[in-house]
Design a protein around this ligand. Structure first.
Ligand code: GTP
Ligand code: MG
Length: 294
């Protein structure tokens, strides 16, 4: 039996959370086409007959401009040093830049084995892949380089084999029915935030946070879970964007979030959303603590 922690590390938008969800077999991390979607570490566990893989999804590594972003990047850097195996997730379609070199340099000092998952190969020709693999092999002594598509699942089994082989021998760390460290409350907040991310543009995805004000479990079987949540924006001018003309945007966010919440909670949900202005919340330690962004 092999068991241990594996960190999913990489630049924002590389596909780390998509890969986490694929391994775990259900949606535990939110995903969007906007960078900096993940703001805190999320644990997701995959059990196989002969291994337990405890994945740690991390925020994308980027240049931090706010306290929140510093905390996000620190979360990723801490994870790097605490795991048995590091999985570097790279979007193979993106041209490598300064940020990638920064991440590769960080990995030079990591003691645990590092495996490269070259992602988004569903959108590439095989001939384009080879020089890329050669380039990465020269840049760092990866234990393995595996082309994958986190979206379609291609190559993910091959990656899993490499990961299991790199894990130390040992007993499982968690019960077999344990799959994430997130509470229903924080997953609810994340699902609502995902809908804001998906439907808004420009700076909105970066300036929004969701706080659950009240989470009322159903009193009896078949009853409704009542969730009261606030969407924080950091300036008054952003409030009408989240609300939309005649409230269309907030309605859409609410409807889509409620569907996901009902699926997650396996029951009916009443969702009440409010938009609140909290200027500079991204630099407010108290709000960051409240949000659980460590
Ligand atoms: N075509 C394609 N798209 C992918 C693949 N993996 C992820 N994506 C898309 O890439 C975008 C980013 O995915 P995420 O999983 O949120 O990326 P992330 O690395 O977790 O991003 P951060 O949390 O911001 O660091 C989403 O729109 C995904 O649907 C893939 O294998 N192929
Ligand atoms: Mg993510």
């Amino acid at each position: 039996m092999n068991a241990g922690y594996l960190a999913l590390i990489g630049r924002p938008n590389a596909g780390k959370s998509t890969l986490l969800n694929r391994f775990v077999g259900q949606k535990i991390a939110i995903v969007s086409d906007k960078p900096q979607t993940t703001r805190q570490r999320i644990i997701g566990v995959k059990n196989t007959p002969d291994a337990q893989l405890v994945f740690v999804d991390t925020p994308g590594i980027h240049k931090p401009m706010h306290r929140m972003n510093r905390r996000m990047v620190d979360e990723a850097l801490d994870a790097l040093r605490q795991v048995d195996v590091v999985v570097l997730v790279v979007d193979a379609l993106e041209r490598t830049g300064e940020g990638d070199h920064f991440v590769l340099n960080l990995l030079r000092d990591v003691k645990s084995p590092v495996i490269l998952a070259l992602n988004t190969v569903d959108r590439m020709k095989k001939t384009e892949l080879l020089p890329l693999i050669e380039g990465y092999a020269k840049a760092l002594p990866f234990r393995a380089i595996v082309p994958i598509s986190a979206l379609s699942g291609d190559g993910v089994d091959a990656l899993e084999k490499e990961l299991v082989a790199a894990l130390p021998e040992g007993a499982p760390l968690f019960d077999r029915d344990y799959f994430t460290d997130q509470s229903e409350r924080s997953m609810a907040a994340e699902l609502i935030r995902e809908k804001v991310l998906v439907h808004t543009r420009d700076e909105l995805p970066y300036t929004t946070a969701v706080i659950i004000d009240r989470f009322e479990e159903p009193a009896e079987e078949g009853n409704v879970t009542k969730i009261f949540a606030s969407i924080l924006v950091d300036s008054a001018s952003q409030k009408p964007i989240v609300i939309g003309r005649h409230g269309e945007m907030i309605k859409r966010i609410g409807t889509e979030a409620r569907k996901d919440l009902e699926q997650m909670l396996d029951g009916r949900v009443y969702l009440d959303l409010h938009v609140k202005v909290r200027s500079d919340w991204r630099d407010d330690e108290r709000i960051l603590d409240e949000l659980g962004i460590k």
